[in-house]
Design a protein around this ligand. Structure first.
Ligand code: NDP
Length: 448
């Protein structure tokens, strides 16, 4: 069966899962040259196997709100593929979470994790629970209730979750506490833990920093640097604010951040003092718009950040936040590099448009792999019960991001996708990630 026949099958079977189909197609359209060079992949139906998760667990989460009313949410864990190591991928708490979203995230995670070169498989999970407006005690009760169900399906050598949208250090701590309580085991079953009880230094910063390290390598490949470059960033969460911090540290100038309420524009750039203020504001669940009273700039309610002139864009909020019209704005406004901090933030049409106009494009599975890479380093630190210093982890992260960049660029060249200096990072990353997993599946025969 060819890749296109496998896609038709998936489209028919999962017509109700558009995000999942989008993610599968994005990989499918780029791996044909690799598939042609490896007939054993089609003989063993590797692609068809990889688009079906190993298993999907769904469960009910009952919890009590502050008024004593019983609330009921849905929870899931998608164990997609453990060919390279334990299932690994974050937990998302957001009202938009459903099986399609988690399957797209889990599918992407397989290849992202393979790209890190570390022994981790792909998975994802979460709940349609909405943390917005909940008190700390409600968050705690929900996290406990969620882990009471999830603990049946995870363990340190089998499936190791982490954070994602709506799940940060506080939520991870509550879930870890419940896991320990139920199992009496203190293991690295979840990453993103507090540094005092098994967490790795730099895990919080890793995704945003890693995306900017990837960008530095892209710039270097074009004999360019970040110095003086204007950068549009979306989101005002973990990935976004740490990306802004690293852009600033490396001499660039982040001029926007955003959230679900609108966009903040500061033409003078976000320096460390302003970023620290933003971090505090978001931690306290206070509005981004307050920034204008303290630091100046402009608040654009219900608008995205893509209307401004800039050199670089790093979307760091959520899937499909950049559509074709936004991609046209990138091209019109002189954006030369787009680096995905979020997972699948560009629609298929947006990707086509910027690639057509030779905007250098780093897909999320390559550019935002720094978070899961440091999570894997946290797992190994937990296994040997030793910590590494901030500097040691940072050096590893830089090395991993450079390796991902170089291997994607080399694959783009090797399979004839580099055109006059324009590197096809999307094709390169997909082929490198896919090949590592596919070769393992071939070695295993038809199990896995
Ligand atoms: P956070 O929850 O910390 O922040 C998410 C940010 O995006 C918030 O500012 C949120 O605004 C905004 N946002 C979410 N949904 C929307 C929307 N529909 N429209 C506009 N803004 C929105 O999440 P993270 O920073 O951890 O994750 C961001 C992205 O990065 C996700 O795609 C995630 O999968 C990806 N990622 C995260 C990793 C990590 O280590 N955390 C690792 C790899 C990828 P508001 O507060 O108003 O909701």
């Amino acid at each position: 069966m060819s890749i296109s026949q496998a896609i038709e099958k998936i489209e028919a079977r999962y017509a109700h899962q558009p995000e999942f189909i989008q993610a599968v197609k994005e990989v499918a359209i780029t791996i044909q040259p690799l598939y042609d060079a490896h007939p054993e992949y089609s003989a063993l139906k590797v692609f068809e196997r990889l688009v079906e998760p190993d298993r999907v667990f769904g469960f009910r989460v009952n919890w009590e709100d502050d008024k004593g009313d019983v609330q009921v949410n849905r929870g899931w864990r998608v164990q997609f593929c453990n060919a390279l190591g334990p299932y690994k991928g974050g937990l998302r708490f957001h009202p938009t979470v459903n099986q399609s979203v988690l399957k797209f995230l889990g599918f992407e995670q397989i290849f992202k994790n393979a790209l890190t070169g570390l022994p981790i498989g792909g998975g994802k999970g979460g709940s349609d629970f909405d943390p917005k407006g909940k008190t700390d005690s409600e968050i705690r009760r929900f996290c406990y209730a969620f882990m009471r169900e999830l603990h049946h399906y995870v363990s340190k050598d089998m499936d190791v979750p982490a954070g994602d949208i709506g799940v940060g250090g506080r939520e991870v701590s509550y879930m870890f506490a419940m896991y320990k309580n139920l199992t009496r085991e203190s293991t690295g079953v979840i990453t993103g833990k507090g540094v005092g009880f098994g967490g790795s230094l730099m895990r919080t910063e890793a995704t945003g920093y890693g995306a900017v390290y990837f960008l530095e390598n892209m710039l270097l490949a074009q004999n360019d640097t970040l110095k003086g470059k204007k950068v549009l960033i979306s989101g005002a969460g973990n990935v976004s604010l740490h990306a802004a911090e690293k852009v600033n540290a490396l001499g660039g100038m982040a001029i926007t951040v955003s959230d679900s309420q609108g966009t903040l524009y500061d033409e003078k750039g976000l320096n460390q003092e302003k970023i620290d203020w933003l971090k505090k504001q978001k931690q306290q669940n206070k509005p981004l718009a307050d920034y204008v009273d303290v630091h100046g700039g402009e608040w654009l309610a219900k608008q995205k950040p893509w209307q401004f002139k800039a050199d670089i864009a790093i979307p760091c909020a959520t899937q499909n936040e950049v559509n074709e019209a936004d991609a046209k704005l990138f091209v019109e406004n002189g954006v030369k590099y787009v680096v995905e901090g979020a997972n699948m933030p560009l629609t298929a049409e947006a990707i086509d448009h910027i690639r057509l106009h030779r905007v250098h494009y780093a897909p999320g599975k390559a550019a935002n792999a720094g978070g899961v890479a440091v999570s894997a380093l946290e797992m190994s630190q937990n296994s040997v019960r030793q910590y590494q210093t901030f500097e040691q982890v940072d050096e590893r992260l830089k090395g991993i991001m450079k390796d991902i960049h170089d291997s994607a660029a080399n694959a783009s060249e090797q399979y004839g996708q580099t055109d006059n200096g324009y590197v096809d990072y999307m094709a390169g990353a997909n082929m490198v990630g896919f090949k590592r997993v596919a070769d393992a599946l071939v070695a295993f025969g038809i199990l896995n």
